[in-house]
Design a protein around this ligand. Structure first.
Ligand code: DGJ
Length: 734
């Protein structure tokens, strides 16, 4: 590991600090293959933002000047010069509420994957420092930025605001794309122009930070967002807890993005010598439109940000919608046999398997008592692991380790372990008795780690954990934190969560873990460093999933999106869609099943068996390929379509879904993207519908034809398709 520390005083010489970070006099450029971030760092002066966007040549990086009417600090602080929006605000021990940060030193560092710039800013009067970091990856177009805040003074400092980063974006016809939603409707896309005022995207759930707003945005710089053309900046805050992303547009000639942990009711005290590290904001840039920015996010995620990003995901059956709490040994065995018979690779036993004194018969009790219910499972978990082995598949299990019910042995023993304001009624959630454990408390951290450790030690055959979280922090109070640190509750919770996850990953690096949080509440880069995937939504309706998965794909690759074939009428929206449509939607993510196989017809089982075999044949393309979104469901054209192309463009998988059922409505022919124009691609339909062959099945077309014309998808109004016709094509280069 190379480390160069450079005092700005000694920067008379031009230095080339590392491949990605170049320091030349006051000018610093932080580069990836396709992006540059330019700063000015003159000692004794604020760190200045100059440019962020497409990669600049060295000459341009030297010559370029900030184009705004007023210089902009790269990390604005409150109280001296800046008194409007700021990235950091503190109160010193003497009551002074201002900061005046100036460059003290510049350092660079290298890791296996990236080069890191660290600029140390020091207050001109107080013993207070902020280190601003920029980490530029060598193999992907992503720069992560964060800060570390140090109190070097003898007395405590209160942090009133502590953002990860600030980014100015030149005013123009700039649009923002972001996700919002609620339970059963996560990841819905909203696209809007940036107008005067403040657009605040925030989440204050306390536990699950992606059900409603998402901590990721894209900014289309060339007007209304377009999928495959135009300049786009992407930003994702990598934090599991409460956050805000503010887009401030006022009289300045820049929109200003501030992103970080939500400081609302969460001020932090730094004692003498203490420091605080803010979460990373990941920044990308693409001139290939929204899909280009998505590809950058996906490449970065698989290579650097999600657990096991280079490993194919197993095809599974989850028991929840099939049996809900009605867990029993013969039932689990039958489900294992059925998924194995269809070619699946994993069975996951969901909620309902635990509880001794208080058996988990429904959601009113037992969270916290992670012992097997012997009445339901006389041979325990080992019996199920053995059964899975007999069926030739892996076994997975559901837990909700951050939670308890007040009706549980755990709560009887440790009523002080829950989050709740002192002296007030206990606020209860799901089932009228759910409570959140205080993960800021090290004893609780040990207990939560012990749940996973206990399961894995006793049953090393467990291959997969579905980690659920079904409650918000709903009362503010910790019996662990001292009176003067109660405001730190939310932040300490997520530090505790990170520390437990670190311990689990240190001991169980191969375990597959799904982040579920009442559905998609943890679709977040704040949790994916430890988790392999997330449950996109409890809503498994194929039609609504097209919308949710479309939005989610802006930021998250298919490998992270658990997408299951479920029964009809759908359990959430009661819609009936054909089995083919349900399969074709689930096949665009990490394929799984969420139903009772014994209720399926022979024909449905045969079709799922075929679809699972088909999915296996294209799994690497779907899970590791480049996404090209083609026709958005949000555009009201009656169809939605996207495709994944392998990196070498030798294969692609094309999806086409008819999403409305109006006569005389002519959906557009879809032009493909991402192919090699000069190669010929043979078309093979996947999940073929009986009796509906495509006229071009087995024929070859040039990439250029497919991208300039596309193939005409037949559709009809037959009873069995109910308007929801769909097609999945495998394109194989000759
Ligand atoms: C909420 C999850 O989202 C569901 O998939 C299921 O695991 C239930 N919890 C179990 O209680």
């Amino acid at each position: 590991m190379k480390k160069i520390i450079v005092s700005i005083l000694s920067l008379a010489l031009t230095l080339c600090a590392s491949a990605q970070v170049k320091v030349s006099d006051d000018r610093i450029s932080v580069n990836t293959g396709g992006m540059s971030l330019i700063l000015n760092a003159r000692q004794g002066q604020p760190l200045r933002f100059v440019y962020f966007g497409a990669r600049l040549s060295d000459a341009d990086a030297e010559a370029i000047q900030f184009s705004g009417s007023r210089p902009m600090n790269a990390y604005p602080s409150y109280g001296q010069g800046e008194i409007r929006e700021d990235a950091i605000a503190v109160t010193h021990a003497d009551g002074n509420m201002s900061l005046d940060l100036a460059v003290e030193s510049v350092a660079t560092d290298s890791t296996k994957d990236a080069d890191i710039l660290a600029v140390t800013l020091k207050d001109k009067v107080y013993d207070f420092r902020v280190k601003v970091f920029y980490k530029a990856f060598r193999d992907v177009d992503m720069i992560e930025t964060w800060t570390e805040i140090f109190n070097d003074a003898k007395k405590p400092v209160v942090l009133r605001k502590f953002d990860s980063a600030f980014l100015p974006v030149r005013v123009g016809d700039v649009w923002v794309s972001h996700l919002y939603g609620t339970w059963a409707n996560e990841g819905r896309l909203v696209e809007e122009p940036l107008n005067r005022g403040i657009l605040r995207i925030e989440n204050k759930d306390g536990v699950r930070n992606a059900h409603t707003s998402h901590a990721e945005i894209m900014l289309s710089l060339d007007g209304k967002p377009s999928e495959n053309t135009g300049a786009v900046i992407g930003a994702a805050l990598c934090y599991s807890g409460n956050y805000h992303l503010d887009l401030v547009t006022n009289d300045s000639d820049y929109h200003r993005l501030f992103a970080g942990i939500s400081a609302d009711n969460s001020s932090l005290t730094l004692g003498k010598g203490e420091s605080f590290r803010t979460p990373e904001l990941a920044l990308t840039y693409s001139d290939e439109g929204l899909s280009g920015a998505s590809r950058n996010f996906h490449n970065w995620a698989r290579a650097h940000k999600i657990m096991h990003g280079d490993k194919e995901r197993m095809i599974l059956l989850n028991s929840w919608e099939g049996v809900y709490f009605d867990i029993n040994e013969p039932g689990m065995d039958q489900m294992m046999a059925d998924i194995a018979g269809m070619g699946g690779e994993l069975f996951v036993m969901d909620d309902g398997w635990f509880g001794d004194k208080y058996p988990r018969l429904n959601d009113t009790s037992s969270l916290g008592d992670w012992v097997v219910d012997k009445n339901k499972l006389p041979n325990g978990i080992q019996g199920l692991v053995d059964a899975a082995t007999r069926h030739g598949i892996k076994f997975g299990i559901w837990i909700e380790p951050e939670m308890a019910n007040t009706v549980s042995e755990l709560y009887e023993k440790h009523p002080d372990w829950i989050i709740n304001a002192a002296g007030r009624d206990v606020v209860k959630g799901r089932g009228g008795s759910q409570v959140v454990l205080d993960l800021g408390n090290p004893a609780v951290q040990d207990y939560v780690f012990g749940i996973v450790d206990g399961l894995m030690t006793n049953y090393p055959g467990i291959a997969y954990i579905k980690w659920d979280a079904n409650m918000s922090v709903s009362s503010h109070g910790s019996s662990y934190l001292p009176a003067d640190r109660q405001s730190e509750l939310n932040i300490r919770y997520h530090q505790g969560f990170a520390s437990v996850c670190d311990r689990i990953r240190a001991k169980y690096p191969d375990l597959v873990i799904q982040a579920c949080a009442s559905g998609g509440g943890r679709a977040s880069y704040g949790v994916l460093p430890w988790f392999d995937e997330f449950w996109v939504s409890d809503n498994t309706d194929a039609l609504q999933r097209i919308y949710m998965q479309w939005g989610t794909s802006y930021f998250f690759p298919a490998i992270t999106m658990a997408s299951h074939i479920s029964a009809v009428p759908n359990h959430t929206v009661h819609r009936v869609t054909p089995i083919k449509f349900r399969i074709d939607v689930a096949m665009s993510g990490r394929l799984g099943m969420e139903l009772q196989p014994k209720d399926m017809t022979e024909a449905e089982i045969a079709q799922c068996r075929q679809a699972i075999a088909d999915y296996k044949s294209v799994r690497p393309v779907v899970q590791f390929g480049d996404i090209y979104r083609l026709v958005s469901p949000y555009d009201g054209l009656g169809i939605a379509s996207l495709m994944y192309c392998s990196k070498d463009k030798s294969e692609a998988v094309f999806y086409w879904w008819r999403i409305d059922n109006l006569y005389d409505n002519h959906p557009p022919r879809v032009k493909m993207a991402g192919l090699d124009p000069d190669r010929m691609y043979k078309v093979v339909e996947l999940d073929k519908a009986p009796g509906r062959p495509l006229s071009f099945e087995g024929k070859s077309f040039s990439g250029s034809f497919l991208m300039n014309n596309g193939l005409e998808m037949p559709f009809g109004f037959s009873d069995d398709m109910m308007g929801y016709s769909s097609r999945v094509l495998h394109l194989i280069a000759d």
